[in-house]
Design a protein around this ligand. Structure first.
Ligand SMILES: Cc1cc2nc3c(=O)[nH]c(=O)nc-3n(C[C@H](O)[C@H](O)[C@H](O)COP(=O)(O)OP(=O)(O)OC[C@H]3O[C@@H](n4cnc5c(N)ncnc54)[C@H](O)[C@@H]3O)c2cc1C
Length: 460
């Protein structure tokens, strides 16, 4: 247990009520959404702190750095790579009380403290007559976590991933200095782009305390299409054609029909389409109905070259959000029997070949390996399911085979969930020796004592 003098110091910095040592109060902060079989084990002696402002975070970092106590920044705990789990005795830094948000309508931006949730960002944008169309993670994810993981999500096709939405960041370095990076501008070529370095650094270079996020005008109309196909080939081969045709949907998702039906059941809902074996879900947005109609016509023309099934169009907001809810719920529906969930990403021209290669792995291994994902980004979620008769090493063997498939297609081992604490050993599959060395040197410059989120993102 952290000694009484250190605890007293923490209480002086943050106030008695914002420092917890009771295990029951901390339990929920020792886990995240990583599948249980691969979830890292939390350390025994951890203290939970909840600062209210950036100055408190700064004082906390100076204290931790001086005493070389590991600090684990934490957002909503919805991460899928164990990034927020405290694996050494130390301090969990929850940003949840830092949850103020204001909207700069003139510049169409939200200035959000790190603890603002994705759903609060959405609501605040909408009530200011604006919108935040990307849907980069679970609704309970917080701005700090979304930026730290450079989250992507289903609606990245048109507006991009978190990296493309951030204009300014307020951060606290592991040594306590507060920095303001970026400006509310669309072009900025001053020096090296430290802000972009922090985005996606998974809480290893700095604590994010505030972010300025780009908002968009509120789309007048949206339409969700479900396009059923007989087989994955026909579905996946349509995706590059859509992109080549210059159509820019908000989202293009791929999933098998069985999976969507099971997830709908799990959520006490109903998947609205019964035809085919798999489908593409395409979300379109436009300024008016005419533009929406011409986009959907163009999509239908392309899709009908590969399928004869009727295309389902959901117009009402409730039908559309039900479809997105079911698609987003696939992970939760599969979770209890998932051994690992990979999120490989390949160039879109390689998607068809990649999905075939994974089907071959499934056929030869006899293990169930459902695949779905953000098709227009080439980002596939690949679940390796429980197979009790396969012995101990089957999960790791399958992981390696699938990573090899991604690599040989010119892809990467993770597109959105990150390396976290669960993929450290696999990093060298996607990075060369010199790249790794440079990254380790960067980490040392930011965090000379290695106090910030150790055992995450980079091997020691
Ligand atoms: C049902 C479900 C659906 C999901 N869908 C998607 C998806 O579509 N796309 C996607 O990319 N992800 C998705 N995710 C994963 C997750 O929502 C995202 O990774 C999200 O960005 C995590 O945010 P969080 O606040 O929960 O972070 P946490 O899990 O708390 O932390 C994640 C990482 O960020 C660091 N961190 C957190 N806050 C800070 C901070 N203030 N400063 C510095 N570092 C910090 C942590 O140390 C950790 O390394 C999904 C998860 C679930 C459960």
């Amino acid at each position: 247990m952290m000694n009484e003098i250190a605890l007293e110091k923490l209480r002086n910095i943050l106030g008695n009520n914002n420092v917890s040592v009771e295990r029951e109060q901390i339990l929920n902060y020792l886990v995240d959404e990583t599948p249980i079989p691969i979830r890292p084990h939390p350390a025994a002696d951890v203290v939970l702190v909840k600062p209210l402002n950036t100055e408190d975070v700064s004082r906390l970092m100076i204290f931790a750095n001086e005493h070389q106590i590991p600090i684990y920044p934490r957002g909503g705990g919805t991460g899928l790579a164990g990034g927020a789990i405290p694996t050494r005795n130390g301090i969990i830094l929850s940003l949840e009380r830092m949850n103020k948000i204001e909207i700069d309508v003139g510049n169409m931006m939200a200035i959000a403290e790190a603890g603002v949730t994705l759903s609060k960002l959405d609501e605040s944008a909408t009530s200011a007559g604006l919108s935040f169309p990307p849907h980069p993670g679970d609704e309970n994810a917080q701005i700090g976590g979304l930026v730290a993981t450079n989250a992507g999500g289903s609606r990245a096709v048109k507006h991009g991933i978190m990296r493309n939405q951030v204009r300014e960041l307020e951060i606290v370095l592991p040594t306590g200095e507060i920095l303001n990076l970026g400006r509310r501008v669309r072009k900025n070529n001053v020096g090296f782009d430290l802000m972009q370095l922090i985005i996606g650094s998974e809480g290893t270079l700095a604590v994010i305390t505030k972010a300025t996020i780009q908002l968009y005008s509120e789309p007048a109309v949206q339409l969700t299409l479900i396009i059923p196909y007989d087989n994955q080939h026909s579905a996946i081969s349509t995706v590059p054609k859509m992109i080549h045709a210059g159509i820019s949907p908000l989202a293009v998702e791929y999933a098998e029909l069985d999976l969507l039906k099971k997830t709908a059941e799990h959520l006490n809902s109903r998947w609205p389409v019964t035809q085919g074996n798999c489908c593409l879900i395409v979300i379109l947005e436009a300024a008016d109905r005419e533009e929406l109609f011409s986009q959907s016509l163009a999509i239908m023309k392309i899709c009908q070259q590969q399928t004869t099934y009727e295309i389902f169009a959901a117009e009402s907001p409730s039908d559309q959000s039900n479809i997105l809810r079911i698609r987003s719920g696939i992970y939760t529906a599969l979770k209890s029997k998932t051994m690992d969930m990979l999120d490989i990403t390949v160039p879109i021209a390689e998607l068809e070949h990649t999905i075939d290669a994974i089907s071959n792995v499934m056929a030869t291994s006899g293990v169930e390996i459902p695949v779905y994902g953000h098709a227009a980004d080439g980002n596939l979620h690949v679940h390796i399911m429980e197979a009790k008769d396969k012995g101990l090493n089957y999960v790791e063997n399958l992981e390696n085979e699938i990573y090899q498939i991604a690599n040989s297609a010119g892809g990467v081992i993770t597109g959105e969930h990150g390396i976290g604490k669960i993929r450290l050993e696999k990093l060298s599959l996607s990075l060369g020796r010199k790249e790794l060395q440079l990254m380790k040197e960067i980490k040392k410059i930011f965090d000379p004592n290695g106090v910030l989120n150790p055992e995450t993102k980079l091997p020691l």
